[in-house]
Design a protein around this ligand. Structure first.
Ligand code: SF4
Ligand code: SF4
Length: 330
């Protein structure tokens, strides 16, 4: 690209969905395009660390997954007639958590390896050297992990275990990068090979072939649910510090199951509605269909204060006063 011309940049595409945004050629393109290129680079970084958390805090992950993302748009249009096919079993939920969080670990390591491979070691030439970068990534992840474990452990519940495993895998890999990397390679792999593997396995096969071609088998959000690292990170934010939740009025639920049937993310909405429990699930993309198909108007998509949003008092069908106090004691 000639210096001074506008660099290509898709403003809605945020890392990690846009996994190639910090590759050497992209950084060169930004930096060789003058002030506008530099501003776009800053925008790309702010999108990850500032803009995304603020919007998710205010609206939940639906601001991205339902309003902005192209994959979500395709799922809601071309894939809409397959939404009822999403698997609602607990087993599918387990697989979902393992797979989607593994993709987050993969994309984090791949991006770190790619950036690491083009940085230098000479402090007089580079303001950001290989080791400073690795330490920076380690410190950032430790801060996020430490904050979640110290202040949000209750909200994380079982997911704390997944978070801890992911964190330790990444930290050990970062240490490995430092000791077992040569010129342009990490752990004897060319960083470009890691990047190409991610691009082929996740960017093409998972998001393209399985994510779209398998709508008629796994439902229309199979990529968003099982594979998208962006959805996983937004889900983490949604679970821990978003004002968004779906409230229920359990007393009115007739257990027809429409909400669960039409939830494209495989959430058993009815199970929550029957207990009058708020639905605060990482995977919910806030499409609002569960609320639209409920014949009793039980479900409401709402923004509200963070307190009491998870595990709010449960109400049993029939509103039996004694049983209610027993359940709410747990
Ligand atoms: S809004 Fe309702 S239907 Fe849509 S993903 Fe969330 S729980 Fe499922
Ligand atoms: S659609 Fe409404 S009434 Fe039917 S199970 Fe869901 S919350 Fe209950």
């Amino acid at each position: 690209m000639d210096g001074g011309s506008l660099p290509y940049f898709d403003l809605k595409n945020v890392w990690p969905l846009n996994y190639y945004n910090f590759e050497g050629y992209r950084i060169k393109m930004f930096l060789s395009s003058g002030e506008i290129g530099f501003a776009l680079l800053i925008f790309a970084i702010l999108s990850i660390f500032v803009i995304t958390p603020i919007l998710t805090y205010k609206y939940g992950k639906r601001w991205y997954c339902s309003w902005v993302c192209g994959c979500g748009g395709l799922a809601e249009t071309a894939g809409d007639s397959f939404r009822q096919l999403s698997d609602k079993s607990t087993f599918a939920w387990k697989v979902e958590r393992w797979v989607v969080h593994s993709v987050v670990v993969f994309v984090t390591l791949m991006t770190t390896a790619v950036i690491y491979s083009y940085l230098g070691t000479d402090t007089s030439k580079y303001w950001l050297t290989k080791s400073t970068f690795l330490i920076g990534v380690g410190v950032l992840l430790t801060l996020v992990f430490g904050w979640a474990m110290l202040f949000k452990r209750e909200q994380l519940q079982k997911d704390a275990r997944y978070g801890a495993i992911g964190y330790f895998v990444i930290i050990i890999a970062l240490i490995g990068f430092h000791f077992f990397s040569g010129e342009g390679e990490v752990f004897l792999f060319k960083s470009g090979t890691l990047r190409k593997s991610y691009s082929f396995l996740i960017g093409s096969v998972f998001s393209g072939v399985i994510g779209t071609g398998f709508y008629p088998i796994f439902g229309n959000r199979v990529w968003c649910r099982f594979g998208c690292p962006m959805a996983a990170i937004l889900g983490f934010q949604q679970r821990l510090f978003s004002r968004f939740r779906i409230t229920t009025n359990g007393g009115q639920c007739i257990s027809c199951g429409n909400c669960s049937t039409y939830c494209e993310m495989g959430i058993d909405v009815r199970a929550y509605a029957q207990k009058g429990e708020n639905i605060v699930r990482s995977s919910c993309v806030g499409c609002g269909i569960c609320s639209a198909v409920c014949p009793r108007g039980v479900l409401k998509l709402e923004n509200g204060p963070l307190e009491g949003r998870i595990d709010s008092n449960q109400i049993l069908l029939g509103n039996d006063v004694d049983l209610m106090s027993l359940v709410n004691k747990k």
